[in-house]
Write a protein that binds this ligand. Sequence first.
Ligand code: GLP
Length: 241
Amino acid sequence: METKIFNSTAELDRAAASEFVKQVTLKPSSVIGLSTGRTTGPIHQTITTMYEQCPFDTSSLVLFALDEIAGVPKEYSGACYTMIRNEIADSLHIPDERLITLPVKSEHWEKDFDSFVESIASHGGIDLLFLGLGTNCHLGFNQPGTEFSKMTAYSWMMPELEERIREETGITDDTSLGGVTLGIRGIMNSRRIILAAKGAEKAEAVKKMIQGPVCEEVPASVLQLHPFCTILLDKEAASLL
Ligand code: GLP
């Protein structure tokens, strides 16, 4: 696990975006996984800007969204599909056939999980995966306690996020919300992983991820075992190391 600490979030965003561009330049048919959130949004913006300034070949690039909110409309602005489409996939001209996502609703989750995993495998597997970090050390929607051996997972929803989604969508309590995600085993199968964390509110989680014991109660700690994982931090997120 390699750790890089940046003086500003803008520098971090540029470093992460450069890794994306480098990956696509070296292998145009790369399969790249993306995460949504306040950390990765500006990274997507930076990639888009780099593409506009100096376009690279995206005609065979495959993107996928690491996770999804279960129970919301696909068009909801906070749905991972919609966020990835709006933040980066549209600008890079990636059609839906090359944007692999988990569904927001399903009668048969196991079947949909299988086709998500098979679809990624059919394109050659994950070349590069970008991750954010939850304050409770979750990765995607792999909450504390999720078994490391899972390829995919269905999780409970964090209460604060659930409250915001219900406010924004008007979805009432009789519809349950959850999170669906590539599991820890699926994440660890990536050839390369880049995790970004910003801000003091992530400092405790960063310390546990890098310096704590590897255990299922701290999902991100598993990254200590990955052979090619880079952690990008701003000074605040690195303050407890
Ligand atoms: C959500 C997403 C994760 C993301 C995390 C961090 O839980 N499911 O994939 O990494 O939020 O979000 P933020 O960067 O906004 O703190």
